[in-house]
Design a protein around this ligand. Structure first.
Ligand code: RB5
Length: 144
C-alpha cells in the first residue's frame, strides 16, 4: 500500500497530523504538500495526487482542504479516480467496501485530528466488497 497525501493551506495543519499518524503506523506514503500555510489553490494538489494514482505510483490518496469539498470535486474530474468526502468512519468504510474509492477527502474545518486519523485507518484497511458493487462502478466508469 502506497498513499499519496496532500492538502491546501486550509488543510495544512490537519495534513501534518495525518502525516505524523501515517509515520507512526508505518504506512508508506508521499507528502505532496503543501508544506506551509501560504495560500494555494486546492485543485493544484488534487491534480498532482490524482495523476500519481492514475500513473500507478500510489494505491490510495488522502486530500484535505477546509471542507474537503473542493478536493473531492477536483479529484473526481479525473477518469478512473473515485474520491469520497468522509466525516465519519461509517462513510469511510462504505466508500471502500461499496464504491472502491481510491481517494479519501476530509475537511480540516469540519472534523478534528483524532476522528480524521480513525477515518484514515478505516479507509486504508477496508477492502472492496466486489460482487454487485462492480456493476455499479462500471456504470460510473461509462459516464467518464
Ligand atoms: C479555502 O479557503 C477553502 O475554500 C478550501 O480549503 C476548501 O474548503 C474548498 O472546498
Amino acid at each position: 500500500m502506497r498513499v499519496a497525501l496532500g492538502s491546501d493551506h486550509a488543510g495544512f495543519n490537519l495534513k501534518e497530523q495525518i502525516r505524523k499518524h501515517l509515520e507512526q503506523t508505518g504506512m508508506s506514503f508521499k507528502d505532496f504538500g503543501v508544506f506551509c500555510e501560504n495560500r494555494i489553490d486546492y485543485p493544484d494538489i488534487a491534480v498532482a495526487v490524482s495523476k500519481a494514482i492514475l500513473a500507478g505510483e500510489f494505491n490510495r490518496g488522502i486530500l484535505i482542504c477546509g471542507t474537503g469539498i473542493g478536493m473531492t470535486i477536483a479529484a473526481n474530474k479525473h477518469a478512473g479516480i473515485r474520491a469520497a468526502l468522509c466525516g465519519e468512519t461509517y462513510s469511510a468504510r462504505c466508500a471502500r467496501a461499496h464504491t472502491d474509492a481510491t481517494v479519501l477527502a476530509m475537511g480540516s474545518r469540519v472534523i478534528g485530528s483524532g476522528l480524521a486519523a480513525d477515518i484514515v485507518d478505516v479507509f486504508l484497511a477496508t477492502p472492496f466488497d466486489g460482487g454487485r458493487h462492480n456493476r455499479r462502478i462500471e456504470k460510473i466508469s461509462l459516464l467518464e
